[in-house]
Design a binder for this molecule. Structure first.
Ligand code: HGY
Ligand code: MN
Ligand code: MN
Ligand code: MN
Length: 398
């Protein structure tokens, strides 16, 4: 194992146990809950250890500065700590650990950037607790108003403002203006690199994607005494809609997932009165995505008529096509001699790309699996990611 791979493993092992579920082996690191708060504490310790003052933006995002925290023209890197339920170890934290190690690499090589280098940790990127993905970066950039974020509630009814301990500050244009570029390193969420000799890739684009909530309502009733012909069962309409989403996505070469459902009253011996299902839909082109969602909605309405149920559709969040700064991506791909890949996964980099030149680096994931305990990356490839990030930071900050 190379020295850097050893140093990566040593730092990685400091956070690996935090929030890990002993049953599934996955991570339960919801934003601002005990495990994620411990990781934020670890972030502060790492920054302090490197003499990097931490600036908070009032929205739950942390920024550790190598250089004058009052100065501008800074190169931002970093990612997020939070996970999906039982998520993988690398999605998010890899970008933060790699950023601190990349700073160490530059310092060890006596590279002194002429611009500040900032390591960021964005809050609630997955939307796993408050339901809106990239909540922290959307607040920082003004994409989401503070008053809307403040009242978002988790499953226990705790609001984002309560979890944060204060009302979110909302847009911080004066802080955002102090960053000249953003580079997010992230574990690859797919297997494109697994089939190549390259441990690292540069991102070209993020597919348009979004989350829609389907609410199916019918008539709650007794499972044992209600004749089948007399039922208005929303579970039937829901089930049909899931199958329709799968079929319509395949027809379009798009991705559709219904991974979350809630049922009322959720009793074995009661026909549901309401079923809600969350559709995560993604496609390479915006028109394909809107066509997919529309087709699924039409099929759901048609089926609801047959079932005597009703269906409403609510868009919860949507992200348009993110085409990363092509010149920057090509420049970094040449610098690193790395392939350029699109992704179907959303990232804070997607939000920031509307405000400053933004790039992403992907680190090979042999399993290709993500949002699951099976997510993987080797120490050697993670070390290669650190070297690549250090080279990019030297290229952009010197
Ligand atoms: O859901 C996503 O695409 C990202 O991993 N948050
Ligand atoms: Mn994720
Ligand atoms: Mn992520
Ligand atoms: Mn992400």
């Amino acid at each position: 194992m190379t020295d850097l791979a050893g140093r990566f493993r040593k730092l990685w092992d400091e956070i690996a146990p935090v929030g890990r579920d002993s049953g599934s082996g996955g991570y339960l690191r919801y934003a601002l809950t005990e495990p994620e708060l411990r990781l934020r504490g670890w972030f502060r310790d790492q920054a302090a250890h490197r003499g990097m003052p931490v600036v908070e933006d009032g929205n739950g995002n942390l920024f550790a500065w190598w250089g004058d925290p009052e100065a501008g023209d800074a190169v931002l890197t970093g990612s997020h700590f939070d996970s999906v339920p039982h998520g993988g170890a690398y999605d998010g934290p890899l970008g933060i650990v790699s950023a601190f190690l990349a700073v160490d690499e530059l310092r060890a090589a006596d590279v002194t950037p002429t611009r500040p280098v900032v390591v960021g940790a964005f809050v609630e990127e997955e939307g796993g607790r408050f339901g809106v993905p990239c909540l922290g970066s959307r607040l920082l950039t003004g994409a989401l108003p503070a008053e809307r974020a403040a009242v978002l509630r988790d499953a226990a009814g705790v609001s984002f403002a309560e979890a944060l301990g204060h009302a979110p500050a909302g847009a911080r244009p004066e802080l955002l203006a102090r960053f000249r570029s953003f580079v997010e390193l992230h574990v690859e969420q797919g297997r494109a690199l697994a089939e190549t000799p390259s441990p690292v890739a540069v991102a070209s684009a993020i597919w348009p994607h979004g989350r829609w909530r389907f609410d199916f309502t019918g008539e709650g009733n007794h499972a044992g005494t209600t004749r089948m012909a007399d039922r208005r069962d929303p579970m039937l309409t829901y089930a049909f809609t899931v199958l329709a989403a799968n079929k319509e996505a395949r027809l379009r070469g798009a991705h559709a997932t219904v991974g979350r459902v809630s049922v009322e009253p959720n009793a074995t011996n009661a026909i549901p009165s309401r079923v809600s299902g969350w559709l995560d839909a993604r496609a390479a082109e915006p028109d394909t995505l809107s066509g997919l969602v529309e087709a699924v909605h039409d099929k759901a309405v048609e089926r609801a008529r047959r079932d005597g149920t009703a269906v409403t559709l609510t868009e919860e969040s949507a992200t348009s096509l993110v085409a990363f700064d092509g010149g920057l991506a090509e420049r970094l791909a040449r610098l690193l001699d790395a392939p350029v890949l699109p992704t179907g996964a959303g990232h804070d980099a997607g939000v920031l790309s509307g405000h400053l030149p933004t790039a992403m680096l992907f680190v090979r994931n042999p399993s290709g699996v993500s949002h699951s305990p099976a997510e993987s990356a080797t120490d050697e490839d993670c070390a290669a990611g650190v070297v690549a990030l250090a080279r990019v930071l030297a290229e952009l900050a010197c």
